[in-house]
Design a protein around this ligand. Structure first.
Ligand SMILES: Cc1cc2nc3c(=O)[nH]c(=O)nc-3n(C[C@H](O)[C@H](O)[C@H](O)COP(=O)(O)O)c2cc1C
Length: 110
């Protein structure tokens, strides 16, 4: 894969242990690839997303700026059924556009 979208929940202001474990297991295969982030939580999973960015830097994954931050209160029915608000579409498209650009660009460096 040339690029990834990481979808993360937030646990105690960080990413789930399962995602950290998956990132830690592979090292070089992550290098010089691109990633976008979709997070969810009480405040859009923003704190988990920021932690994730620090980890991606160490793995030499280039994370794009635009990120989709979903609220457990307004983007899920009863906190369970996914019903995203339309306002997220702009960020989703922006994130994917940038991710495609960087994924293709970084491919030429590997
Ligand atoms: C131990 C624990 C810690 C949590 N910490 C946070 C938190 O810091 N911020 C937040 O927004 N939600 C927090 N939550 C709520 C979870 O993000 C929420 O349950 C979410 O739906 C989990 O997603 P998942 O079931 O896909 O893993 C926490 C939940 C648990 C059980």
């Amino acid at each position: 894969m040339d690029g990834f979208v990481f979808v993360t929940a937030e646990y105690n202001h960080s990413i789930p242990a399962s995602l950290k474990n998956a990132l830690d297991l592979a090292k070089e295969p992550w290098n010089n690839k691109a990633a976008g982030i979709v997070s969810y939580g009480s405040v859009g999973g923003a704190r988990a997303a920021e932690h994730l960015r620090g980890i991606l830097g160490e793995l030499q994954i280039a994370d794009v700026r635009t990120h989709v931050a979903l609220s457990l209160f307004t983007d899920f029915e009863d906190g369970k059924i996914f019903k995203p608000q339309a306002l997220h579409l702009k960020n989703l498209n922006g994130m994917l556009d940038q991710l495609l650009l960087w994924s293709h660009a970084l491919k030429t460096t590997r």
